[in-house]
Design a protein around this ligand. Structure first.
Ligand code: NAD
Ligand code: ZN
Ligand code: ZN
Length: 370
């Protein structure tokens, strides 16, 4: 069948909307009609080449849609099911899945290569194989994906909002709740309030933090952070340092969470300095793959027992936590509607990413037409 999709032909170029050929699903694969796709900064990293992918590739790893057809052997979903995709598949069998670390599933090995678990491709352009970001390619009207990327959700949920629990919400919320392990009474500093950082704010507040300090140079981001649970917001790392020194009487924060769009040395060092003894820096944001972004005094690390850690998908379990985030949404304890700033048609994808770079969106969402 044919599908319209936004692809990158190489790094450094804009998204191009093209028509692709899509193969039917093979064993353990499904045909999904995407309803909505979130514009996450990770796809912008593909575009700039920070994340070196195999090109050409269909972008998009935050997606929600409806299953139209299943290949042989599929048991997780059936036609008609509403699904939120996990950007890391979860096979249930590998060392990581079988020990409760489904966010590190071995099937995730080809997420930048964009092939399916059998290492072949379902998208083609004039006979050439085209990959799919995170084995999903949610910037396509239709895609063929692994059943292990599918999490069925209640059909009454609005997919154009639920789409955010495919990446941004669990990644941010989990960065605070699971990876950092924020506890009641903690002081938490969150650097960068986009689709990920805003959910770290929601998570930190949910976990009972006393002070949730949001850092972002954009005034609109700071307002949104305060609306969704930040107790304080500041424009720069220096202001955060001064504020935390004052709030904690010089002790320092328990946690710093780095969710800026492009992680560099400076923000990591600021995060390291803002935490006190026994504090933890959790790095969720990405930068250039080859770049060394963590340059710190190892002696301070040791003498103050500080910790610096990374986290993928907020160290959450896709199958459990995607549904849990939606349960919390129904309960009014995780906000989704307030996170969608602007929606776009597929043809407007470059505008959507320009708006992300211009600080206009908490999250932009692409709504597919069929
Ligand atoms: N680890 C994971 O599992 C995972 C998952 C998804 C996204 N990510 C990464 O998380 C990062 C954030 O993604 P997003 O979609 O929220 O991005 P975004 O571009 O929507 O938001 C980033 C925010 O950071 C702010 N910012 C930039 N530099 C700053 C600085 N020095 N100090 C404070 N704020 C600053 C920007 O103003 C913006 O509001 C990206 O690097 C993305 O690739 C990681
Ligand atoms: Zn993402
Ligand atoms: Zn696995």
């Amino acid at each position: 069948m044919k599908t319209k999709a936004a692809i990158l032909r190489s790094s450094g170029q804009d998204w191009q909307v093209v028509e692709l050929e899509l193969d039917p699903p093979k064993a353990n694969e499904v045909l999904i009609r995407f309803v909505a796709a979130g514009l996450c900064h990770s796809d912008e990293h593909l575009r700039t080449g920070d994340l070196p992918a195999r090109y050409p590739i269909v972008g998009g790893h935050e997606g929600a849609g409806i299953i139209e057809q299943v290949g042989p052997g599929v048991t997780r979903v059936k036609p008609g099911d509403h699904v939120v995709c996990s950007f890391i598949p979860s096979c249930g069998r590998c060392r990581w899945c079988s020990t409760g670390r489904q966010n590190l599933c071995d099937l995730g090995a080809t997420i930048l290569d964009g092939s399916l678990p059998d290492q072949t491709f379902r998208f083609h352009a004039d006979g050439e194989d085209v990959g799919a970001m995170c084995m999903l390619g949610t910037f396509s009207q239709w895609s063929v994906i692994s059943e292990y990327s599918c999490v069925p959700v209640d059909p009454d949920l609005p997919l154009e909002k639920a789409v955010l629990v495919g990446c941004g919400v669990p990644t941010g919320w989990g960065s605070a709740v699971y990876a950092a392990g924020v506890r009641p009474g903690d002081t938490v500093v969150i650097y960068g309030i986009g689709g990920i950082g805003i959910n770290a704010v929601q998570g930190a507040r949910h976990a009972g933090a006393k002070n949730v300090v949001a850092v972002d140079p954009v005034a609109f981001k700071r307002e949104k952070a305060e609306e969704l649970g930040a107790t304080h917001s500041v424009a720069s790392a220096q202001e955060a340092q001064d504020l935390v020194t004052q709030l904690t009487l010089g002790v320092g924060a328990e946690h710093a969470i780095v969710t800026v769009g492009v992680v560099g040395e400076e923000v990591v060092e600021a995060a390291f300095n803002v935490i006190g003894k026994g504090g933890t820096v959790t790095i969720t944001g990405l930068g250039g793959l080859a770049e060394k972004t963590v340059h710190l005094s190892g002696t301070i690390l040791t003498l103050f027992e500080k910790r610096v850690q990374g986290t993928l998908f907020g160290s959450a379990n896709p199958i459990y936590d995607i549904r849990k985030m939606l349960d919390l949404y129904r309960a009014g304890q995780v906000k989704l509607d307030e996170l969608v700033t602007n929606t776009y048609r597929l043809e407007q994808i470059n505008q959507g990413y320009q708006d992300l770079l211009d600080g206009k969106n908490i999250r932009g969402v692409l709504i597919h037409e069929h």
